[in-house]
Design a protein around this ligand. Structure first.
Ligand code: CO
Length: 454
């Protein structure tokens, strides 16, 4: 049989610590092992984007752009970032001008793989970011995502149709992004087979171990022809994170799928990150581990958010409400047309469900973001939201949006954000700082002041 080596993308520098320790890994925690990681032969090292940008500014006192520069200085392996299309890394939709500037700067600073997704799988929200990434002069790899979810609307066929659209948009690969670990092994096998038959670009699979399927799902996907899998090194593997790198390498050794990567070379790296994890858990008083939870199939909460929710409830002394919240999530999700639950829809639905549970009455108070999601400000939901429901939460007919691109055009431009910062007394502001400010205005402003930049 012909050899068909499976490639591995390592997530320990981004998703793995986002999922297990609330994204609190510092650059200093990574640096001692960067050169060793670089020599392994990974397809890519996911190290930027997702929640890292926000966490750097908000909690770690690190400039995310400087972190990227430092990573790039040590790594020849492509650095992968996770980007939320028109949403970038913030919690709003941004103007096309801001999206283009962000992608261009990220590429200049060293992002080699742009993994781009939209929470609602609305391709309209991916168009500008994908095009901008394809036009970068550094020629980064551009990957489009199928955000995997289970609902009465979603089938493997709907995902194949989406993959065809992404391929037409010019992406270099397609990722099945299973952020909550919902993809069952035999469903994965069927989905990968169908995708391989329908599109020519490589297929990557990203899952979380939340419900305990991870390694089985990877194995069936590999047998069905998946090209790349996302894994995390042992100390940051499984639980709500990715399947274990070392385990997958060992599983495939001596088969036609042999990754060719050395498990021996990973031992000292994993040893280092075992100590890092212990330190982070202690410093930030985190839980750090999660039981396997097969009921994720019903409540569908992404790994990162599950850890944040558990920590939030713990802080508020409301651990006993956890199950009520998990039960309320799918009900709220149904009301807004079955969006996949991933940032920002997961936060919006999660917050609404939390309020419903805490107040003991559904939709007594409705946050603006939830109304925006329901009325289409962030794009089309998979299924149309019931008008009677929209009226019941206070949305008027004229507030219902059919084309969110029209709304995006009204969002602030780079020049406007620059003017705002200049008005606050920040002269000679860099384009990077304008972008940080555009994404997280208050947090960035405090950060700039703390660093003496304004
Ligand atoms: Co993930």
């Amino acid at each position: 049989m012909a050899k068909k080596p499976v490639k591995i993308t390592e997530t320990i520098l981004r998703d793995a610590h986002q999922s297990l320790v609330a994204t609190r890994m510092r650059y200093e925690d990574m640096e001692p092992q960067l050169e060793a990681l670089d020599k392994i032969g990974y397809n890519a090292l996911e190290a930027w984007g997702g929640a890292t940008f926000d966490t750097c500014l908000r909690f770690l006192g690190e400039d995310p752009w400087e972190r990227l520069d430092k990573l790039k200085a040590h790594l020849k392996t492509p650095i992968q970032m996770l980007l939320r299309g028109q949403n970038l890394l913030g919690y709003n939709h941004y103007s096309n001008d801001v999206v283009k500037a962000f992608v261009k700067k990220a590429s200049e600073h060293g992002v080699g793989v742009f993994r781009i997704f939209d929470a609602l799988n609305d391709v309209q929200n991916l168009t500008v970011a994908i095009k901008a990434a394809l036009e970068c002069k550094e020629k980064p790899h551009v990957q489009g995502c199928l955000v995997y979810t289970i609902s009465p609307y979603h089938t493997n066929e709907t995902f194949v149709e989406l993959a065809k659209k992404l391929e037409k948009m010019g992406v270099h690969s397609v990722c099945i992004k299973d952020m909550s670990g919902l993809l069952k092994p035999y469903v994965a096998e069927d989905l990968v087979k169908k995708l391989k038959a329908a599109v020519k670009v490589p297929i990557e699979l990203h899952t979380h171990y939340t419900s305990g399927f991870g390694s089985m799902t990877y194995l069936k996907a590999i047998e069905a022809g998946v090209d790349i899998i996302d894994c995390a090194l042992a100390p940051f593997a499984c639980d709500t994170s990715q399947p274990c790198t070392e385990t997958m390498i060992a599983t495939l050794e001596g088969t036609v799928y042999d990754t060719g990567l050395s498990r021996q070379d990973l031992i000292p790296i994993s040893k280092h990150f075992t100590e890092v994890k212990k330190r982070i858990i202690k410093e930030f008083n985190l839980k750090g581990y999660f039981d396997v939870n097969p009921s994720v199939l019903d409540f569908q909460i992404p790994g990162g958010m599950l850890s944040n929710l558990a920590n939030q409830l713990k802080e508020n002394g409301m651990e006993d409400k956890y199950q009520d919240l998990l039960d309320e999530m799918p009900r709220v999700r149904k009301d807004v047309g079955y969006p996949p639950l991933v940032t920002p829809s997961s936060q919006i639905v999660g917050t609404m469900a939390t309020m419903n549970v805490m107040m003991g009455q559904r939709y007594k108070m409705v946050p603006k973001e939830f109304k925006d999601l329901a009325r289409g400000k962030f794009g089309h939901a998979p299924l149309e939201v019931d008008k009677a429901f929209l009226h019941s939460i206070g949305v008027k007919d004229e507030e219902i949006i059919t084309d969110c691109a029209v709304e995006d055009a009204k969002a602030a431009t780079m020049a406007q954000f620059k003017e705002e910062l200049t008005g606050k007394g920040y002269s000679n502001v860099s384009e990077e700082d304008i972008l940080s400010y555009a994404l997280f205005p208050q947090v960035a402003e405090e950060f700039f002041k703390a660093k003496g930049r304004m």
